[in-house]
Design a protein around this ligand. Structure first.
Ligand code: SF4
Length: 498
């Protein structure tokens, strides 16, 4: 029998091949770090939203580590017959179609479905498909569905010290929006039945639905036939345009090399350098002009941030970026020693005031600071300045003196093949210093990227003293490498212009 859950149905709705791959090639699924932390965020939001209508009964049951679906269905039936007003994870099955309703609420002589999403957007078609599927299952189980709602996070909610669930969450009636989705359910499930019976992989080429790496874990598998590099690696080209080239048979750089449609100079260089031995392209004059904007004492700054889905610091909104760490290398004078300062907040505390004060202590006013892709650092500093008006003059002075070290790379003044059309520090660094193990993020312990740092800091709150100390060391090493990398990149720019 065909078995579906609401997430499997949503997978099917987004791309039939996802459902087939989930059944026949689950080992090809690649959950990237971001996806895993989004799933964790979804659980946190779901747990909190259960309390939105005050008293509730949750019917979740486990058999070992797995959900005990028959028990959950039984529990639901019992709670409904008792007249329980709010049932969380209310579970139903109809002809192999299973669903657990996040919140089922007795309303208007029937039952209303409330689907919880950790997003701040309530207008995504896939959400409507999700709710429509649940309504379909419940109605076929004989439930009188009297309402269908989405509960999303209110992106404008500002935490004032006491979490107010009725303000944090926004409830949207989606009864109208799900109507057209409802008509498709049977057709979709019938076609899935035929497709999933066969072990022959559906012939489904890449399309617009493959755009996002965030929700499909099978991109690596479906893109595997492409040459490396391919049109999908091309610098700054919209996915739809990449797809259009691909559909015209222009997937490889060889095919693209003479295309009159590739007009962007940086894209042309990316293709040319990938296909031919060109060494390093250097526009000395432009790099010199850039370097002349820098002056001593010269600072190199990088932040690490956390992004709590549920705001936990006063004055912040859901998903606000909160800096908790920085690394700062600096050189006082030309030929001077490379010095280093750093800050890492205590886990479990609001890091903002301390980090703002330390920044003002560590960076004098009116000095030259570099950041790599500076918008991020500038925005965080501006937010700190707004939060702490007494430090605002100094903080804004720091912000106004930041020069973006990515500029020579993003502007195409320095390029080599190994950059592969990406100008992030994580691409530029190994492309310039391929043989230096001290500059290789892979050689770090525990923390190798910003996502891991973001997860590690809140996790420290629940660690033993020993684990916490090890994580602290790893975080410091990681952030230090970020600014040391910037110093090395700056030295390289100086070297090539000497
Ligand atoms: S990569 Fe595209 S075709 Fe492959 S499963 Fe995902 S959405 Fe479907």
């Amino acid at each position: 029998m065909l078995y579906f859950s609401k997430s499997k149905y949503c997978g099917l709705w987004q791309c039939p091949k996802i459902a087939w791959l989930q059944k026949y090639k689950p080992e090809e699924m690649c959950i990237e770090g971001d996806l895993a932390s989004r799933l964790a965020a979804g659980n946190e939001v779901g747990d909190l939203a259960m309390g939105i209508f005050s008293d509730y009964v949750e019917v979740t049951a486990y058999k070992g580590e797995k959900l005990d679906l028959p028990k959950m269905i039984d529990n639901t039936r019992i709670e409904m017959s008792k007249g329980t007003p709010v049932i969380c994870e209310a579970s139903f099955v109809y002809d192999g179609l299973y669903c657990a309703v996040d919140i089922l609420r007795r309303e208007n002589g029937g039952w209303a479905i409330y689907e919880v999403k950790s997003s701040t957007h309530d207008d995504k078609d896939v959400y409507y498909a999700d709710v429509a599927y649940q309504k379909y299952v419940l109605e076929h189980c004989g439930v009188n569905v009297t309402g269908t709602y989405l509960i999303c996070l209110n992106g404008q909610y500002v935490f004032n010290g006491e979490l107010k669930l009725d303000e944090l969450f926004r409830i949207t009636d989606v009864s109208e929006s799900i109507k057209c989705e409802s008509d498709q359910i049977e057709v979709l499930i019938e076609s899935a039945e035929v497709m999933l019976e066969s072990d022959r992989e559906p012939e489904l080429d890449l399309s617009a639905r493959c755009r996002s790496p965030y929700w499909c874990g099978f991109r690596g598998y479906c893109f595997r036939h492409l040459p490396k590099p391919s049109v999908f690696d091309l610098y700054r080209l919209k996915f739809d345009k990449k797809l259009a080239f691909y559909k015209q048979g222009l997937a490889s750089f060889e095919a693209l090399e003479h295309s009159v449609f590739i007009k962007n100079e940086k894209q042309r260089r990316q293709i040319d350098f990938a296909l031919h031995e060109r060494g390093t392209y250097i526009d000395r004059q432009s790099i010199r002009k850039f370097l002349n904007k820098l002056s001593y004492p010269l600072y190199f700054l990088d932040f690490e941030t956390v992004q709590p889905v549920i705001p936990k610091y006063i004055g912040t909104k859901p998903y606000a970026q909160i800096p908790f760490q920085y690394s700062l290398h600096y050189i006082e004078r030309d030929g001077g020693e490379l010095l280093h300062k750093e800050f890492l907040a205590e886990p479990g505390t609001d890091p903002r005031r301390t980090i703002a004060e330390r920044l003002c202590e560590d960076i004098p006013m009116n000095v030259c600071i570099t950041a790599y892709n500076k918008d991020f650092e500038c925005t965080r500093i501006k937010e700190l300045a707004e939060t702490f008006p007494d430090l605002s003059e100094h903080l804004l002075n720091i912000r106004d003196h930041i020069v973006d070290l990515i500029e020579p790379f993003r502007s195409g003044w320095y390029y080599n093949r190994a950059m592969g059309g990406s100008f992030s520090i994580k691409s530029v660094l190994p492309a310039i210093f391929s043989d230096d193990p001290s500059l290789d993020y892979h050689n770090l312990e525990g923390i190798h990227n910003g996502g891991e740092a973001m997860n590690a800091f809140p996790a420290m709150e629940k660690m033993t003293a020993e684990e916490r100390e090890a994580t602290r060391r790893n975080l410091l090493k990681y952030c230090e490498l970020d600014t040391y990398a910037m110093v090395k990149v700056w030295e390289e720019l100086r070297r090539v212009t000497e």
